[in-house]
Write a protein that binds this ligand. Structure first.
Ligand SMILES: NC(=O)c1ccc[n+]([C@@H]2O[C@H](COP(=O)([O-])OP(=O)(O)OC[C@H]3O[C@@H](n4cnc5c(N)ncnc54)[C@H](OP(=O)(O)O)[C@@H]3O)[C@@H](O)[C@H]2O)c1
Length: 157
């Protein structure tokens, strides 16, 4: 089973120049606590944007090229999806834009930190999705520095 986790702006902004557009400590903690102990699946660019392997998680990177330091590299995404989409094990899809786009239709849960801010020069976006296909729960709301945000969970109906 796949669960997506992302922090997105008002216009679904995700990233800029291969880094995050939002740096919210509470969101980083939520990400760490939610994904801890699970497999995390990411694109090669997101992997390259990290300072290193995410600890306490199996780091799976999608790429057609060799990837240094990952626990597992996958070049055949369709086969990986077919093998994992109907299992009970929760695999967290952690980005970026290309990979969210490819996995959205297979994801049972979307954990979205919805930030009440727009970033005019973002270059990577979360895909649009039909909210009617999901049951939405608000986990909590928060604020940090000048940003307010909502931790939402969407479960596919
Ligand atoms: N806001 C958030 O929550 C969040 C989370 C994660 C990332 N981000 C941001 O998103 C941006 C990166 O996203 P991105 O869309 O540019 O890149 P990405 O999705 O992280 O990675 C794209 C790369 O993954 C590989 N890939 C993807 N699909 C594949 C497939 N079907 N088969 C084989 N390889 C595949 C390719 O690598 P190769 O070229 O090596 O083949 C491709 O170039 C950064 O700015 C990052 O900070 C934001």
């Amino acid at each position: 089973m796949f669960s997506i986790i992302a922090a997105i702006g008002k216009n679904h902004e995700l990233g800029k120049n291969n880094s995050l557009v939002f740096h919210i400590k509470e969101d980083m903690r939520f990400f760490r606590d939610t994904t801890k102990g699970h497999k995390v699946l990411m694109g090669h660019k997101t992997w390259d944007s990290l300072p290193g392997k995410l600890p306490n998680r199996k780091n799976i990177v999608i790429s057609r090229n060799p990837v240094e330091g990952a626990d597992l590299t996958i070049s055949d995404l369709p086969t990986f999806i077919a093998q994992n989409k109907d299992t009970n094990e929760e695999i967290f899809v952690i980005g970026g834009g290309m990979v969210y786009n490819e996995l959205l239709k297979y994801a049972k849960n979307l954990y979205l930190t919805e930030v009440d801010a727009a970033i005019s020069d973002a270059d990577t976006f979360f895909p649009n999705f039909n909210q009617n296909e999901y049951k939405k729960t608000i986990i909590k709301k928060g604020s940090e520095d000048d940003l307010t945000y909502t931790f939402a969970k969407y479960i596919k109906k």
